[in-house]
Design a protein around this ligand. Sequence first.
Ligand code: G6P
Length: 609
Amino acid sequence: MCGIVGAIAQRNITPILLEGLRRLEYRGYDSAGVAVLASDGSIQRVRAVGKVIELEKALEAAPAGGHLGIAHTRWATHGKPAEHNAHPHLSQRLAIVHNGIIENHAPLRKRLIDLGYSFTSETDTEVVAHLLAHYYGEKKDLLEAFRATLGDIHGAYALAIIHQDQPETLYCARAGSPLVIGEGSDEHYLASDPLALLQVTDRFRYLEEGDYARITRTGCDIWSRDHQVAERPVKRYEHAAHSLEKGEYRHYMLKEIFEQPDAISDTLAGTLGDDHVLTAVLGPEAETRLGEIRNIHIVACGTSYHAGLVARYWIEEQAGIPCQVEVASEYRYRTVVVPDGTLLITISQSGETADTLAALRYAKDQGYLATLAICNVAGSSLVREADWRLLTHAGPEIGVASTKAFTTQLVALLWLTTALVQVRGGDAALVARNVAALRSLPGLVLQALGLEPQITALAERFANKHHALFLGRGPHYPIAMEGALKLKEISYIHAEAYAAGELKHGPLALVDEDMPVVSVAPSDSLLEKLKSNLEEVRARGGQLITFACETVEHHDDSNSVTYTLPWVEDCISPVLYTIPLQLLSYHVALVKGTDVDKPRNLAKSVTVE
Ligand code: G6P
């Protein structure tokens, strides 16, 4: 997705902008550009299609330096990836970068053409550039012109602007797309994600929805949507910069898979008593009102949606609370029936996913008891806009394919289920069992990671495969879905997941000696049922790859192979069985030679609809 970086300092800010763009590369983009106010007072703009390295090469050919500038990585929405569509866009004496979508760009474009403006791109962003130039011509005051522009545009945006007439000032605004102002020593920065600026600061002001700001080297003025002066406190970013390095690992994804024992420990820190959970971590209001919940709706996208699907099994079985789970892109556009006492839970790694955020905003008017965000980014929009929050502490996740964010979401959701059982005066033995199981998870995950050498060898078998099936039952059905999604995302092998009982209703027709069938087979009450389903595959010559509990007998032959995991309590086995599936997709991607951390066409944080 698009990324924004801006800076104002006494020194040359081009290196800060480029390093910021490099740090945003993991989000996925197709072109990049910078605009810098040069010492002669002109705006120098350089843009390039492809990776940031292409922009760096272009800058070597045409150096641009100065003390004020903005930069951007673009992920095409309006107009194909091409240099003329890359940001920054110029109009008269200003330059602008934009994340998001201006929904009324078409009528505005027509209006501006009628006023005599000509367009050099197909983007919605250039409309904002000309509109601002137009209002500046009328009002002769950039702040007033900016206000008028913001009043005319509808949609989702984060904007950053520089103008030749104000060589000491950077302007910005956010509505529906995140933006933070970073504070340095006698310099200020701007970015769509604090990660972009961790090389220069760990102090940030998080702009709220509708905020706009004027930033100088020494300070910033912020106004809210209704033009009132707004105070946005400086907060320290909590993750250390070194956690952003790949270290000894070949890819971020592998590093993040191996960070899971620590990520789970960090997420559980301060949340568990001896035999009970410490609900205070939810905050005073949530803690006291947890007992009022009669119903739960969970809304999320992608991998986070899969975490929600697992949680439904836990919440209904253990807490006895009806629970439904839905993808945010559907939920936000339908009429929902919200029974009294319903809690809405949104789950998101980034806290900026456009559909999930829109779903939360939609839910605000639907009569929910409260909204709860489960999220890995404390300062994200989702966390700030939800009534209650439950943070995961996975640390920054750079690989596009989510791994440690997913398992920590599962941990947070099992913890929440346990909290619900506890406050409702449920089975104390169950609560104690869950607590003990959660405590044992980091060690068990470490053991599961020990399967890597075997899985590396297994991955070779996928070298020539174009399709794969994943099977599971109960809460391991969503784990099979997550396994299939991982394989699709990074190895580009078409993979589908089925509840194993559904096999005979269609997908069995696909099974032959070329079809790998990966199944998740822990030792639970559904194991015998699953085994019968697997026999249906074996009888048709399918290639069975089974992840099973070490306590269960298995018979491998030339068409089937089993990998074993330690016995665990049922409640935590979805977390454990996720690990080999992550390793499998990673090693298959290596065999296929794909771009593991930045798979084609995908973005880490999908901040547009
Ligand atoms: C993108 C990412 C996925 C992620 C999904 C939801 O598609 O590539 O890895 O699961 O967005 O993101 P969120 O940040 O809301 O969890």
